[in-house]
Design a protein around this ligand. Structure first.
Ligand code: CA
Length: 233
């Protein structure tokens, strides 16, 4: 078994924050590199050398949103956005940036490490792979092909991020069964205990609805069960 360290790219212009992050990642057994502005961050990220990217939003030369989009055009590397403002969260998750997760400054290092671990596990496919009970799932006009990692509606491919795909695939594998947000955070995102944020589920569901439903305000595929959670029917 190889013992190669997972490598994390820190894109952060505040040097003291970057160094605290680097120190903690090193202590947790990760290798790291730091980029101090957006341009450098995008360039390094696109080298493909990293297992995960921690991406600040307010950065010199190029902001975190642009970096995120730029990475996503080429790579699936998990991206955790780091935001200083609570209000930015809905924007991050709502925009179709392809970010996998976010943390708000100031964050607890334990929360961050738990999220890093969960996102790496999900990216490696080990979280929900066992939950898929069939290769191709059909839900009326929707076809989820777990061999090609492809979702089509009426034969037309729907472009989904990895986490959106994982979520619909999971719901479809268990069609009709409602899941609480907490259960989805655990089963799809790979979070243990209470490190995930329930809003992550809500905004990912609304992005999925926008892509899949004819009328996202009257969903015909992904339903909410009041007080319980979400299911696919
Ligand atoms: Ca900054």
């Amino acid at each position: 078994m190889t013992n190669e360290k997972k490598k994390i790219l820190i894109v952060e212009d505040e040097k003291n924050i970057a160094q605290v992050l680097a120190f903690n990642l090193m202590q947790a057994g990760y290798a790291y590199d730091i980029a101090y502005d957006g341009e450098e961050g995008l360039k390094k990220a696109l080298s493909g050398d990293f297992d995960l990217i921690l991406l600040d939003i307010m950065l010199p030369k190029m902001d975190g949103y642009t970096v995120c989009r730029g990475v996503r055009m080429k790579l699936d590397t998990p991206i955790i956005m780091v935001t200083a403002k609570e209000e930015e969260i809905d924007k991050i998750m709502g925009l179709d940036l392809g970010a996998d997760d976010y943390v708000t400054k100031p964050f607890s290092i334990n929360v961050l490490l738990a999220r890093i671990k969960a996102n790496m596990r999900r990216a490696s496919g080990e979280v929900i792979v066992n939950a898929r009970n069939s290769a191709i799932i059909r839900v009326r006009d929707l076809v989820i092909d777990n061999e090609k990692y492809l979702v089509t509606k009426n034969g037309k491919e729907i472009a989904l991020s990895k986490v959106e795909y994982d979520l619909i695939s999971y719901l479809a594998s268990n069609a009709g069964k409602p899941f609480t947000r907490e259960a989805l955070l655990q089963d799809v995102w790979g979070y243990r205990e209470f490190y995930g944020d329930r809003r992550t589920v809500d905004v990912t569901i609304s992005r999925l609805r926008a892509k899949i439903e004819d009328d996202p305000s009257h969903p015909q595929y992904i339903f909410s069960k009041h007080g319980l959670g979400y299911y696919l029917a």
